[in-house]
Design a binder for this molecule. Structure first.
Ligand code: NAD
Length: 334
């Protein structure tokens, strides 16, 4: 039996994680759980939104399923999500965007994967005010050769393993000549080691336009932290929204699986939101744990449930509750 750490998160986190765990259990996956808590409520209790015990629990079990955690905007504590990725060395953020029949969207047959660098770029938290009036501030964007090498290698290895044809580097090296210069040059170098996979690059603004106009031309995308965050939400929009977009944060030793979406606080506790993104994050987790059969069983149950469309949540045009949709997916596994 494998043991994983579960971080339910806050807002809608606990509901979508509960749903995903029920589905994982129904798949027959032999997994035991250790629950730990982080976020605003934990900060109120002990003064730290990300206690060391949470990090230790992920390190102990090596794999975690996580719900979203709210980050105060503007002031307040810095993102627990970013800190967790940093402390665990989770350098690759994998965000697949795949069309499902039955999910309303403007496109069909989208199958894109964003590989986002997760530890560098503008997310390193180095910001400061430049005057006493706080009318001027700067943020540092860190890009290293080592970090770029690691993420491109991850993307090419992923492409090879998943039989994908092409890797596209997303950048702004025309303006950010040093930082994205390093990123792009490194990509070109690493690409030479993977002659079986195509390689090209796109400037990020053009990339957004291309993805909206001709998404079928793209396959695996690799980007620095902020561009990857933005473009992956765009990709989620191409396949019907955040409710169906899963994610994985992967490092050399540990992996944390979580949906792309945030904690949507206005829907918290309403049994209303779509748990598919977290269920599919559970699928990525099962694959990571080598439980391919259980992962496939869940994927096909989700496909059937969405295609039949009898129990959809509000974001997909239905009126079913999170719990009703979850039960319906489980019935499709059985
Ligand atoms: P959000 O993803 O929480 O919500 C944006 C909108 O998307 C919601 O209003 C809702 O309409 C929709 N949505 C999101 N998830 C959905 C679901 N499962 N089913 C149906 N609809 C869904 O983004 P936000 O409002 O920008 O952020 C809210 C909080 O979440 C912020 O504090 C932010 O920092 C945090 N956040 C956390 C993570 C994380 O934990 N990894 C990621 C992103 C945002």
């Amino acid at each position: 039996m494998k043991k994983i750490t579960v971080i339910p998160g806050d807002g809608i986190g606990p509901e979508v994680v509960d749903s995903a765990l029920k589905v994982v259990e129904a798949s027959g996956a032999d997994i035991d759980y250790e629950f730990v808590y982080a976020g605003q409520a934990i900060m109120a209790e002990g003064g730290n939104p990300l206690p060391d015990s949470v990090i230790e629990a992920v390190k102990r079990n090596k794999t975690a399923l996580k719900g979203p955690i709210t980050t105060p905007v503007g002031s307040g504590f810095r993102s627990v999500n970013v800190a967790l990725r940093k402390k665990l060395g989770l350098y690759a953020n994998l965000r697949p965007a795949r069309s499902f029949r039955g999910v309303p969207s403007r496109y069909e047959d989208i199958d894109l994967v964003m590989v986002r660098e997760n530890l560098e770029g503008l997310y390193i938290g180095k910001e400061r005010y430049l005057n006493e009036e706080h009318t001027k501030a700067e943020a540092i964007r860190l890009i290293t050769r080592e970090g770029s090498e690691r993420i491109f290698r991850f993307a090419f290895e992923y492409a090879r393993k998943e039989n994908r044809k092409k890797v596209t580097a997303v950048h702004k090296a025309n303006i950010l000549k040093y930082t994205d210069g390093i990123f792009l040059d490194t990509g070109r170098e690493i690409a030479k080691e993977y002659s079986d996979i195509g390689f090209e690059d796109r400037i990020v603004d053009n990339m957004c336009m291309q993805l909206v106009k001709k998404p079928e031309l793209y396959d695996v995308l690799v980007a620095t932290n902020l561009f990857g965050d933005i473009v992956s939400d765009l990709c989620a929009g191409l396949v019907g929204g955040l409710g169906v977009a899963p994610g994985a944060n992967i490092g050399a030793e540990y992996a944390v699986f979580e949906p792309v979406h945030g904690s949507a606080p206005k829907y918290a506790g309403m049994d209303k939101v779509n748990p598919t993104a977290t269920i599919l994050s559970g699928v990525l987790m099962l694959k990571h744990l080598g439980m391919e059969n259980e992962a496939d069983a869940i994927t096909s149950a989700v496909k059937k449930a969405l295609e039949e469309g009898k129990k959809l949540t509000y974001d997909l045009g239905g009126s079913s509750k999170t719990s009703e949709y979850t039960e319906y997916v489980i019935s499709k596994i059985r």
